[in-house]
Design a protein around this ligand. Structure first.
Ligand code: BGC
Length: 766
């Protein structure tokens, strides 16, 4: 009886059109104003209360997912589930009254994935992530995140890929393809120019249209055109005076008219303020939804203040999304993805994004005779899997470096273990006590763990005697809501001292020291890099981190990552550092959604004075010395580049080179192609990355030919005077490099000029 009653209710009154059976127009025509308003705003996010509480249904379908859409049973419209992203699926690991656990795999952070420069590998990681999305009952993953690393201090750089738009776009496209191959969606975020966390909901990014187009939108353009994400997430910030979620120029003129995007746009959570403007802009869905937006929408529709065609257009895009979803298709998810298989995927993929920064006298891989290892630094014990905030993943475990080394068969000197563990516990308790458990933002915020503990001279002397080698881990964590401080970019005095004392003691005994960086973005390395024998940038490598690092240290895998951002000598060397919220202004008013003030530099507004000169474009054009350049990374083996060729066609230039493994380990090499333009009317960077590729794993002595095809239109710059993409005619230099500062061959080709008109939009406000 009960089953029959439920069935009748869920079908709705007879005669109502049904999604999937009847045309979308028919379904929309049957919707009431209230139903349209509900569908547009989502169903809220539980756990968030206040003056304008969100409606709150997320807990019901997949607890811990970021949002759901509103179900309208009488029209056959199910609720679909939207969940974070990007290092894995973020849902609650446990459920009340339920013995089963719902842990997800914490894969490597975005920065590490990008550092692989391996699109195939990123696609396969995406496939595994998407499988967890599908099997845990979610429909859209709120990822990838591809804002540009404009400055090293952005708290969310760890989620993002690079200071370069081509790397960002290509890696994002691979990730999207992988996730979506499961029949679930992605949401490319945060569109666009969301490059700081400080006052992120009210900051006005003031950027030249040229920099917007060439730097901040280019990656999104590549991702949208190459991989067709189901959805795009608009960002929190203003861009040249308009909230991105309220900008028809961004969300319609550029995204849809110029790039041909066919999917749906949603806000970032609580983003923007003007519901009508968002609707008109083509920000189809407002997440997670709050009562005031519902009232706004009902009033706008009832009063006729908004054209119903606009609403229906947006509703149609939401329904098109629902139609493709696993939920609509009735997919019976298992709640049992193969976590073991995915642990293998994360373990292996992480090794490929690790960047070997220094390796004097082949310190790494550790020689076969190395058996006993001394370890120093908090994060050896407390290895950081990823960053904090919505990009965190509720994983079942994190393998520490200590355990990773032990698993790899090393005898790890644990004489400092108790001291480190009690230092860590004390610090953790202090930090936890400072956090207001009712404040979800505080709970999300990073918890830096000061690395103050120093071993005594006596302890050190004993450790030198007992061990073959020393490893020092330096860790950094950061995340949503907070930008990093300048002090976080530098090593602390205690960290410096630790490196010095350990190096002095081990070197005096003829033993080597390697530093492992467990970080999410660039840090200062110039002042201390001379001390250790080797430096491995392991990033935040996901839940298998310790095993992945041990695989690299032992030589089971040769690191083949290269930096996707510059490691500058000084923080202030960056073109953007003069206009980035640092220290005293940073992190003020971060979650305030309404402007109270307009005049605080880098808080209320940020002038992107450096224009297109972001990252290596700045350093190379101004001949600024760097600590480690963009594109840099060593291997356990060596590579030789030979036979460079170039062929200029009508529409494209084809460049090739042969790469040979000349060392004694198997390894992969990332090959980069930079282009310098001839002198024309526009100012140009010294060089810009236009293509990259990674070799297969080459055995010693093996070679591979790498071929790049660069379309002429990819050489265009955006000319604001004409609102057009302009390729200057002339001779272009094509540089084949192992990094931006290690060019192996330069070849020239003549390229025909062209002008492609674009819309005159997103201008700076006068
Ligand atoms: C973040 C997004 C995230 C959303 C939902 C926001 O605070 O900026 O990246 O997808 O929350 O959790």
């Amino acid at each position: 009886m009960i089953i029959a009653a439920t069935a009748v209710v869920s079908c709705g009154p007879k005669g109502d059109p049904q999604l999937g059976k009847d045309s979308l127009d028919k379904v929309i025509a049957a919707m009431t104003i209230e139903e349209k308003a509900h569908l547009i705003i989502g169903t809220g996010m539980s756990g968030n209360t206040g003056d304008d509480p969100v409606i709150g249904m997320t807990q019901k379908i997949v607890p811990g997912a970021a949002g759901t859409t509103y179900p309208i049973e009488r029209l056959g419209i199910p609720a679909i589930v939207l969940a974070d992203g990007p290092a894995g699926l973020r849902i609650n690991p446990t459920r009340e009254g339920d013995d089963q656990t719902y842990y997800c795999t914490h894969f490597p952070i975005g920065t590490l994935l990008a550092s692989t420069w391996n699109q195939e590998l990123v696609e396969s990681v995406g496939q595994s992530i998407g499988n967890e999305v599908l099997e845990y009952g979610a429909d859209v993953l709120l990822a990838p995140a591809l804002n540009i690393h404009r400055n090293p201090l952005c708290g969310r750089n760890f989620e993002y890929y690079s200071e370069d738009p081509v790397v960002s776009g290509k890696i994002a496209a691979a990730y999207i393809k992988g996730v979506q191959s499961n029949g679930v969606g992605t949401s490319v975020k945060h569109f666009a120019v969301n490059n700081q966390e400080t006052n992120r909901m009210s900051n006005d990014a003031q950027v030249s249209p040229r920099a917007i187009r060439e730097i901040y939108l280019k990656g999104f353009e590549i991702a949208v055109k190459d991989a067709a994400p189901w959805t795009v997430m608009s960002s929190y910030n203003y861009l040249n005076g308009t909230y991105t979620s309220e900008s028809p120029e961004l969300l319609t003129t550029i995204l849809r008219d110029e790039w041909g995007f066919k999917g749906m746009v949603m806000t970032d959570w609580f983003g923007g303020t003007n519901t009508k403007a968002q609707m008109i802009a083509g920000n189809d869905m407002l997440q997670p939804g709050r009562p005031s937006q519902y009232t706004d929408l009902v009033e706008l529709m009832t009063s006729g203040e908004i054209d119903m065609k606009v609403i229906d257009r947006n509703v149609k895009r939401i329904l098109e999304l629902i139609l493709q979803s696993p939920k609509f298709k009735g997919y019976e998810y298992s709640n049992k993805p193969d976590l073991k298989a995915h642990a293998d995927v994360t373990r292996q993929s992480a090794t490929e994004g690790m960047v070997l920064l220094k390796n004097d006298a082949n310190t790494l891989p550790l020689a076969a005779e190395v058996k006993n290892v001394a370890v120093f630094g908090n994060t050896t014990y407390n290895f950081i899997a990823g960053g904090t905030g919505s990009g965190n993943v509720n994983r079942a475990y994190t393998v520490s470096l200590l355990d990773g080394l032990k698993n790899a068969g090393y005898t790890v000197d644990e004489s400092l273990k108790n001291t480190y563990m009690s230092h860590i516990a004390k610090e953790q308790a202090r930090i936890d006590a400072a956090i207001d458990p009712n404040d979800i933002f505080a709970v999300f915020s990073p918890k830096p763990l000061p690395n103050e503990y120093q071993p005594s001279q006596k302890q050190l002397a004993e450790m030198v005697k007992k061990n073959d080698v020393a490893l020092i881990t330096i860790g950094r964590t950061s995340g949503e809501f907070l930008d990093r401080y300048v002090a976080d970019f530098h090593l602390s005095e205690a960290e410096n001292k630790l490196i010095k004392t350990v190096c002095d003691a081990f070197h005096a005994a003829g033993k080597k020291v390697a530093v492992v960086l467990n970080i999410g973005g660039a840090i200062e390395t110039a002042s201390w890099k001379a001390m250790p024998d080797a430096i491995l940038c392991a990033w935040q490598a996901g839940q298998e981190g310790g095993n992945s690092v041990a695989d690299v240290l032992k030589g089971n895998a040769s690191p083949s990552g290269k930096l996707t951002m510059t490691f500058p000598v000084n923080f202030t060397d960056h073109g953007s550092s003069a206009n980035f919220p640092i220290d005293e202004v940073a992190n003020t008013n971060i979650i305030n959604n309404v402007k109270t003030s307009f005049d605080r530099k880098n808080v209320d507004y940020t002038v992107y004075e450096e224009g297109i000169y972001v990252g290596y474009r700045w350093f190379d054009s101004n001949n600024v010395e760097v600590s480690y350049p963009f594109g840099y990374g060593l291997s356990y083996t060596t590579f030789e580049y030979s036979n460079p060729t170039i062929k200029a066609g009508k529409k494209e230039t084809i460049v090739s080179v042969v790469v040979k493994n000349t060392g004694s380990y198997a390894g992969k090499e990332v090959v980069q192609l930079y282009v310098s333009a001839p002198k024309g009317n526009l100012d140009k960077p010294a060089q810009e990355l236009k293509a990259f590729a990674k070799t297969a794993e080459l055995q010693p002595g093996d070679s591979q030919m790498i071929t790049f095809v660069v379309n002429n239109e990819d050489l265009a710059s955006f000319d604001e005077a004409q609102s057009a993409w302009v390729v200057d005619a002339g001779t272009y230099q094509f540089h084949i490099g192992a990094s931006s500062r290690d060019i192996k061959a330069t070849l020239a080709a003549d390229v025909k000029g062209s002008v492609k008109k674009a819309h005159n939009v997103l201008n700076l406000q006068k």
